[in-house]
Every structure is written in C-alpha cells, then in structure tokens.
Design a protein around this ligand. Sequence first.
Ligand code: ADP
Ligand code: MG
Ligand code: MG
Ligand code: MG
Ligand code: MG
Length: 611
Amino acid sequence: MVDTSNHTPLSWEEITNNLDGVKKQGIRQFIYQYKKHKDRRNDPLYWGDEIEYMIVKIDDEEKTTKLCLKAKDVLETLNKRNIGNRTPIWTPEFGAYMVESIPERPYSDLLYSISEVELSMKERRKELTSVLEEDEIPFTLPSYPRLGVGCFAVPSTERNPNNVTSKPWFSPDDVIYKGRQRTTSIHQNIKDRKGGKIEILIPVYQDIKTKLAFPAVIKTKCKMEQSNDNSIFMEGLVFGAGCCGLQTTFQMDNLDEARFLYDQLVNICPIMLALSAASPVHRGYLSDIDTRWPVLSQSFDDRTDEEKGQKPLKNDRFRIQKSRWSSVETYICPEHSQYNNTDIVYDKDSYEELKNEGLDEALSKHIAYLFIRDPLFLCSETLDQDEILDIQHLENINSTNWQTLRLKLPICNTSTGWRVEFRPMEIQLSDFENAAYAVFVFLVTRIVIAYRLNFVIPISKVDENMSAASKRDAVLEEKFYFRRNSFSDKSITEIKITKPGQLKTKDGNDFCRMTIDEIINGNVEFPGLIPLIKTYLESKCEDTDEETNHLTNSYLKLISDRASGAEPTTANFIRNFVTTHPYYQQDSIVSDIINHELLKACAKKSNGGIK
Ligand code: ADP
Ligand code: MG
Ligand code: MG
Ligand code: MG
Ligand code: MG
C-alpha cells in the first residue's frame, strides 16, 4: 500500500465532489489489471494468516483489566527491532489497543508447511509479549468484554505525571487508533456519509434477573423508542472495528481457479463463523449472539436512510440490502449465476463498461457491485490517478468492501498472483487453536481443488446461514443449508465413492439443512469435510512426515470435537465461565471482577493451548 502518512485527507464533502471521477478511474484500473493478468498462470499456492491481538493490562491488586492504548509505541518498537532481520510483519488496526501480524513470508502448498503455522504464531506472540510490560498480555480474543464500560482503558502516557490532560475515562471513540490517517478518515466519513452516529443494537442474553440493557434515556436520545428493550446498545465504530479476527489468504494458480475457489468457499464462511464463535459478551453484557459479526456489520454500515429503504430514493442512487461488512453478494463464476437468486444492486455504467471490455457477466457484476460503495478515504495528492500505473482507487474500493471473501488482484512485477481471502473467522485464544482453524481452511481449499467439490447453493440460503451462524450456541443448535451432492465426476473417480444411491438428490433439491457436526464429520448424505480431508491426506502421505501428520490430526480433532460438541467453542467457554461465576447475579452483567477472572482464565488457555 502507498504510504499516505504525509498526505492530505479529503473531507466527506470533498470526496463527494470527486466520486464520479474516482470511480471511473477505479473501473479503468480494474480493466487494465484484468487484461494484464487474466491469462497469468502457474502461480504457486502460497498462503498465509493474519492474527489480530488486543493488549490488555491485568491488575491483580485492583482486580481489574484494562485495554492498553499503546499500539503506536508497540509497533514502533517492533518495527525498529525488525530492521534487517527476517521477522513477522506488524501493522496497526482500528483500535489503539490492537496490532496485527502476518508471518514473515507466506507458507507454501506443501503439506510439510502445516508445521510452520503454529510455530510462526507462537514466535509472533512471543515477540509481541517481549515488548510489553510484565502485567500486559496480548490477547487473541475477538471482543473485549467491557469495551466502553467505565474506566476500561489505560493510556500509554498514564505514568507521566506532567500529562494534565489525561482523563480517567475513555469514550469508545477515544480508543480508535489515531496514528494512521486511513483509520481516522474512515471513521469520520462513515458517520458523515450516513448522516448520523454509528449505532449498534444486538440482543441481550435474557437471564432471570436481567433488567433493561438499553436505558430509556438513550433510546429517546437516539430516536429508537420502537426498538426492543432487550438490546445491548453500542455507539461507535470501535465496538465492531475493534474486534479481532483470524483471516487467511490463498494464492491460486490462475484467475479461473481463484474464482472457482471463491465460489466454493462462499457457503463455508457461515460454517466456519459458527465453528469459531468466540464473542458472547459485548459492552459488559452477556449477549444472545456468539460472534462479533453482527456488531461489525452494523458498525461499518455507512448506508444512508434512502439506501436502506427507510426513505424514498431522492439523493442517492441505489437501494442497498447489505452493509459494507457482510456476506458476499454474488458468486463470481459464470456457471454459478443461476444461484445468484437475490436482487443484486450494481452500478450499471461500470457494468456496461466492464462487459464492453470483454469481461463476462459474473465478474462484471461482482466488480460493479463493489463500486456501488463510495471510497471512505481519499487524499488530495493521489486524487488524480493513472489507469495503467496506479491501482489505488481500485484497491481503495476493494479493500473497504468487507465481505466474507475477497478476491485480491495480482501485484505487477512480483510473484503475487490472484488470491482469495477467507475473512469470517473469529480469532481463538491459543496459537494451537488458531493454527488448527487456519490449517483446516487450507485443507478445505486443497480438497475443493483436488476433487472439484461443489458447495454452491442459492445465495439467499447462504445469507440465512450467516444469520444462523452468529446465534447463541449455533454450532450445536442451528441447522445450515448445505449441498447434498458435492461431487463432480472427478471426485467420484478420485475418492472412489461407489454409492450412487447416496448421491442422488431427494425431492429435486440440491441442498438440505444439516448440523455443523454433519457437515464437518459426515452423515449418510455427505461424507463430511474431515473424512474427505483424511482421504486426501492419505493419498498424499508421501508428501508429509510422521510429525506433521500427528500435528495435522490434532488440528482436525479439535475442529471435529468443536463440531460435535465434544469440545465447547470459545464462546461457550466464556458464557459458561460468566454464568457459573460466584459473583454473577443472573442479570447478564459481566462485572469488572468477573471480567478480570475471565481474562485470567483466557490467558491461561492462550499459553497452554488446548491439546
Ligand atoms: P490484508 O490486510 O490486505 O488482508 P495482509 O497483508 O495483512 O493483507 O495479509 C496478507 C496475507 O496474505 C498474509 O497472511 C500473507 O502471508 C499472505 N500472503 C502474502 N503474499 C501472498 C501470496 N503471494 N499468496 C498468498 N498469500 C500471500
Ligand atoms: Mg491485514
Ligand atoms: Mg486486520
Ligand atoms: Mg487489513
Ligand atoms: Mg486481511
């Protein structure tokens, strides 16, 4: 990415005045890149993870925990240490208490590389820990339970007695990372674009003594009298953007493979979201959801009332069904177009231009959908761009369409080719778990490609799966639409499936509802992702060693046990910890003292892992 630290960000009004030109250039940039790279082939399957951490200070005397707003200093120290060495890459995130790391270089597609993943994650955690104080811990936890409640953060200048301006109290907006113009601009421009505050409502977990989690005075202030009393109300981008995720990116041999993989992963996203659920507590309350996703979706929702359909369209161009942070809007392979059964809004002019330049309908719609969104960060220095030399207007739109998957473009004159980013997963407490989830998705990509599996179902059903995935204990309580017959002719010969009776679709439907246990571990209609992975691994046994096999099996066991319920999800662990804590009042409130002990229990799990 271009360094914009010395650039001059435009205000929302200025951006508005430049939208047409910027979008036109962005589309031209895509067309140029597409033509340049559409026939690019033989890129190796590199892949990698992104881990986000939150830095928390644990005070055992006061029995409190606080977010440490020291990401800027921490990153400076880490990046200074890194000069000249081959070390992980550390970057800022939305919270001033967050940092992100990626491995020093991507992993390869060899099965041996599986053993590098957890080692790299451990190395990174160690490195981050080494630049923190004794009582500060890097947590890999999606949502900080008491974000926005009372005195929930400490500034890095706290120990400076001369700092008279330091307040004892933080509003959620204060804890946004200020060291990067992109972050502060996006924050401001979401508010300016939608014409109001960033307001989030999620259902509270209704226990026997739960009182109103959403005070009437706030309701009146926000003109939300109609909304459910049993909601947790949050105001501010950071409630969503300040959550930590686990993302993985896979490079494909060529564009067709990348598009194929993208479509096959669309319906794996809700499954992995439910299976990785780890955030049941929001703004100090136990909620009725187990993931950060609905919070993120609302926090990044920059649609105006007209776009949301709450007012007649007058100034805006489109009715838009989804937030910028949401499940993917379309399948992108032409052969899956019939499964795009929702009304796709897209920019007609961009679409026509893309079609005229020779792109097929499916990819043109995908790109024209991305371009219904406005850029949320623009600088005057880079406003006018070249469609051949630059890609910033394009990247700016692509990287702020926060969908469950992202098709990433090749980078000219580098070994970086067409990539697919898998974005739904919640971060887990330990490196062992994070490695297990990352490796599992990697192995799913391997079986999808090797056996030409087909997981495509109508996209409206994927949306339903996404809503189900965040519900409390979804992994055990919900059923998910999944394809019955996932096999092509290729898979049938390669994995020797000889029970055609099982492969026929019943009552004309390609899909039915299954539990996550059935999807992961198998049932009579679908062999299950893990049995398919095991078959694949057996066929590749000469490509690994005993130790890697053992490790891989321990990862698969964790995923299998989470799916069957033999091992609780992190969300379930947290929920259980809170509701069985002696100080818990059955009122859904996660007090300071419960939070302190909860985080200590989480820290223990992070270090020990679950084996
Ligand atoms: P972003 O924040 O835009 O998603 P990051 O740079 O944070 O991107 O992460 C990129 C991820 O992709 C990292 O895990 C990295 O190891 C991985 N990666 C880097 N180069 C390649 C490549 N050529 N192919 C696949 N993955 C790659
Ligand atoms: Mg990243
Ligand atoms: Mg990130
Ligand atoms: Mg990022
Ligand atoms: Mg990413």
